[in-house]
Design a protein around this ligand. Structure first.
Ligand code: XMP
Length: 518
């Protein structure tokens, strides 16, 4: 389904949670697309119109943002304002928005007011807030339907005009009954019919591949679930016109080598493994800044890839015209929103796996998963008959161990992380907890610590274990795993990995910590 034809347009004002609105909206059975204000204006000019609008939260304040948002409210379509979206709505309809004397961040208790009732929802419950400005006066025609325990406006509604506003974030997991509240808006206020069919996902992805006809397609293959599912879909459509190139940058874990060899043997994909360890590691010598390391890895990846592809084209007399990538919807939003399209989301880290290659190589991009979330890609993978352990493999970042050895990379530090990670991986399986965490890895800290090994003093390095639970990778909590498991991993690492005396456990959530350490 074309983006503009999706029923619900989610207008991005820059909240870190905008994608979660789409996620929840799909779970409720409605199609939606995230758009910047510029994109909305372009589509309106083309005469297109949504079934309803959702205005996201965002970092701006109406004390400085003087934009006229009238064009959104004059469309005559039902509209839900969330956080900043609520403030824009209240302000437009003649209410008053003012800076608070206190902010509300994190959990907040709210209650339903003025006789407002929601199915399956008690009168008092907890939600997730993140705001300083607040609605001081409810606009005429609107009813206050939810209030926070601080006496602040939490929800307003004007059913006749199809308008509703929420000061909290119903889209985040921490908001109890958030999904029910969104559903209430779509069903009762906007009066939409469900239109998102899960089976459509595979069909849409397949249709995207059909456009290549009998042209040759190149895939930057990582072996992760996204590129594996994308490649499998493409292979079903175009067969051996698909060529998968896997770059070994020398920053892989032992399990990654085994995995890629298994895929080469057990799937029908044409997988070409490029050994480029030397090129990467020589360029990373002496570099300790994390962003610098990411950039070098990203650029070297492009150089190596381009060179090998040209050699391959010459040797085999083929010409590639498309580049297949396992890009997912969150990557699309993260990489296009801040810079290219006038969106407002903030870049936290530069990911190297989106963009870069096509312009230089004159290849057209093919991204069959570009409108899907990770778990939707996984479902498709299962439907395609891929092995469960491949589909539920934890994600591994493009820069690999390169961002898990903090500071400068040395052969010996790469070895320490590789060996520790292998132990962690083995024990996750032995304790049958691999799938109860979303991602698990070890990080080598750039400090030395005193220990005692045998009868002697040791002065060696520290490994940190990072295990997180998350579904969307945007927010995460540290995983609370059995003590016996942690103890076993720690014991094995300090005994088996030469040069490591101490193991620590990271108990930081995201935010404020990111999942990776660099
Ligand atoms: P952060 O550290 O941003 O990680 O909380 C969120 C998810 O993204 C992965 N990650 C990356 N993946 N290239 C990638 O392909 C990168 O540069 C990169 N940095 C982080 C991280 O492993 C986690 O799954």
């Amino acid at each position: 389904m074309e983006q503009a034809l999706r029923k619900i347009w989610i207008v991005d004002f820059g909240s870190q949670y905008t994608q979660l609105i789409t996620r929840k909206t799909r779970e409720l059975g409605y199609s939606s697309a995230i758009m910047t204000l510029d994109e909305v204006q372009e589509l309106l000019k083309e005469g297109k119109k949504p079934g309803c609008l959702v205005l996201s939260g965002g970092p701006d304040s109406l004390s400085t943002d003087k934009t006229d948002y009238g064009f959104l409210f004059n469309l005559g379509v039902p509209t839900l304002g969330i956080c900043y979206g609520l403030q824009i709505m209240a302000n437009y309809f003649g209410g008053k928005v003012a800076p608070g004397t206190i902010g509300e961040y994190g959990h907040a208790d709210i209650h339903l007011t003025n006789g407002f009732k929601l199915d399956h929802c008690p009168e008092n419950f907890q939600v997730w807030m993140s705001h300083f400005d607040h609605v001081e006066k409810v606009p005429e025609g609107f009813t206050l339907i939810m209030e926070s325990h601080n006496g602040m406006v939490a929800g307003i509604r004007d059913k006749d005009r199809g308008m509703m506003g929420l000061q909290f974030h119903p889209e985040v997991e921490h908001s109890n009954f958030g999904k029910e509240i969104l559903n209430y808006f779509y069903e009762e206020v906007a009066k939409l019919d469900e239109d998102w069919d899960r089976n459509e996902m595979l069909k849409e992805a397949t249709d995207l591949v059909k456009k290549v006809g009998d042209k040759k397609v190149l895939c930057a293959f990582s072996g992760g679930v996204d590129s594996l599912v994308a490649a499998t879909i493409a292979h079903e459509v175009i067969g051996d016109n698909l060529y998968c190139f896997f770059v070994d940058h020398g920053l892989l874990r032992p399990q990654d080598h085994i995995h890629i060899e298994t895929l080469k043997k057990e799937t029908p994909l044409n997988i070409e493994i490029i050994d480029a360890k030397e090129a990467f590691l020589s360029k990373l010598k002496g570099v300790s800044d994390p962003e610098e390391k990411r950039k070098i890895i990203g650029h070297t990846f492009i150089e190596v890839f381009e060179e090998k592809v040209h050699l391959f084209e010459n040797d085999h007399g083929v010409k590639f015209e498309y580049l297949l990538q396992g890009t997912l919807y969150p990557d699309v939003i993260e990489s296009t929103s801040p810079h290219k399209k006038g969106g407002k989301s903030v870049t936290i880290k530069s990911h190297h796996n989106v963009g870069g290659l096509p312009e230089r190589m004159k290849l057209e991009l093919l991204e069959p998963l570009r409108y899907l979330f990770k778990d939707e890609g996984r479902k498709i993978g299962e439907e395609l008959g891929l092995r469960h352990e491949w589909v539920y493999r934890h994600p591994f970042p493009g820069p690999g161990i390169g961002i898990r050895v903090l500071g400068e990379l040395f052969d010996d530090s790469i070895r320490k992380v590789g060996e520790s990670d292998q132990i962690l991986f083995e024990e996750l399986h032995a304790f049958n907890v691999y799938e109860s965490v979303a991602q698990a890895f070890t990080v080598l800290l750039p400090v030395k610590t005193v220990g005692v090994k045998g009868d002697g003093r040791a002065y060696e390095e520290v490994i940190c274990l990072r295990l997180v639970s998350t579904t969307d990778y945007m927010t995460a909590t540290w995983s609370d795993l059995p003590r016996e498991f942690l103890s076993r991993v720690s014991n094995r690492i300090t005994n088996e990995v030469k040069g490591v005396t101490r193991v620590v456990y990271d108990i930081t959530s995201k935010p404020p910590g990111t999942i990776e350490w660099e």
